[in-house]
Design a protein around this ligand. Structure first.
Ligand code: 1CP
Length: 352
């Protein structure tokens, strides 16, 4: 990000510890938020979901704002993440989306041929996802000044996996078939997704998002060469578009340790899963980017001593780096609230 875009007074008096860490500052007490921090492990979330289906919560600004704020009220996290889903844009793209209970997302009209790529609708996120943007505005108004608001999108490859497979992509048969047999159509699909994603994220920043996270949950299934040829260019394009704004961008890839070219994306922050030791990430990224992560979410299903030891290890390993504490992937629905309390107590214990 060009320095001159940030007024010096903003840089110096920045109250949001998340943004300071995202810009490379080492904070003695790292800022913390948890992926999927609003969700099924919270009784107050389940109470809202008892009366409203998941897509309605995402698309009704008051409800999206309420569930975004729930974990902030309960745990005082340093960042809120907009309550939405990476698959919501499937609706204006014309693919149809529903969530069947127990089965996860269903894309009603999967995209598997060149014709189906060509017939994806072009849309303006400011018009057709205006309800999501209204939620961002509302949340930013509700959120205290010292908390950052994170807007997000799926990375084009991960989104493509769901659109092609028609739901949870594992084992990626249709995705790989299209990628191997018609790389041109596949690239066209990624580019179409990258186009609206950059616009959508800029619209979120205009609406009040302080930072953006790109979720590339499935990017790690690619080989080193495929990632470089297909995924890297679209990610670079989105990040370049966003880096002209004042909001830092985080790139999160699951199981992507083999992908050296991740470092070329140009993100401000890299989200690590639990497999990547913080020390190795420090060596890979140096002072070029901040780090976020990376407690194994399963650790929150263990006991107090184990949670505290693992959290302390991560904090010690991150010494000296711009660092944001998080999990290595989303919090599990059966996580006890008391585990989150213990984790936060350990992270913040030297704050007193
Ligand atoms: O209440 C419910 O039953 C819905 C469960 C749920 C929730 C709470 C889904 C369905 N999505 C969400 C919210 C969500 N999804 C957020 C909100 C903000 C937060 O608190 O973090 C975010 C950032 C996401 C992102 C998302 N959705 C990803 C990327 C990150 C990741 O976890 O890997 C992916 C892959 C999805 C798809 C999705 N949405 C929902 C489910 C069950 C799934 C996964 C399906 C699968 O296993 O492939």
């Amino acid at each position: 990000m060009p320095e001159e875009v940030l007024a010096p007074s903003v840089a110096v008096t920045q109250k949001k510890s998340f943004l300071r860490a995202a810009r490379g500052e080492h904070m003695r007490i790292p800022p913390v938020w948890l992926m999927r921090q609003a969700g099924r492990y919270l009784p107050e979330y389940l109470a809202v979901r008892a009366d409203h289906d998941f897509i309605s919560v995402c698309r009704t600004p008051d409800l999206a704002c309420e569930v975004t704020m729930q974990p902030i009220r309960r745990f005082d996290f340093d960042a809120a993440i907009l309550f939405s889903d990476i698959l919501i844009p499937a609706i204006p793209l014309g693919c149809g989306l529903r969530f069947d209970s127990g089965h996860g997302p269903v894309i009603e009209r999967p995209v598997r041929s060149r014709n189906e790529v060509d017939s994806l609708r072009e849309f303006d996120p400011r018009e057709e996802l205006d309800d999501v943007l209204a939620a961002v505005k509302l949340i930013r108004r509700e959120l205290p000044d010292d908390k950052a608001l994170i807007g997000f999108a799926g990375a084009p490859f991960t989104l493509a996996c769901y659109l092609i497979e028609g739901g949870k992509p594992d084992p990626f048969r249709n995705v790989k078939r299209m990628m191997y047999s018609d790389p041109e159509a596949f690239t066209k699909l990624l580019n179409k997704l990258a186009d609206f994603t950059a616009d959508y994220m800029l619209a979120m920043i205009d609406a009040g998002a302080d930072a953006i996270q790109l979720f590339d949950t499935w990017g790690g299934i690619l080989t080193v060469a495929e990632f470089r040829a297909l995924n890297l260019p679209v990610l670079q394009r989105i990040v370049a578009a966003l880096n002209h704004s004042v909001a830092p961008t985080t790139y999160f890839v699951l199981n992507g340790m083999h992908l050296a070219s991740v470092a070329e994306i140009g993100a401000d922050v890299y989200g690590l899963d639990w497999r990547m030791p913080i020390q190795s990430a420090k060596a890979r990224f140096g002072t070029q980017a901040s780090l976020q992560g990376n407690l194994d979410p399963v650790l929150l299903l263990t006991d107090e001593t184990t949670i505290r030891r693992a959290a302390r290890q991560i904090i010690n390993d991150a010494e000296g780096a711009g660092f944001i504490f998080n999990l290595g992937h989303g919090i599990l629905p059966d996580t006890p609230i008391s585990s989150v309390d213990i984790l936060l107590d350990e992270i913040r214990s030297s704050r007193a």
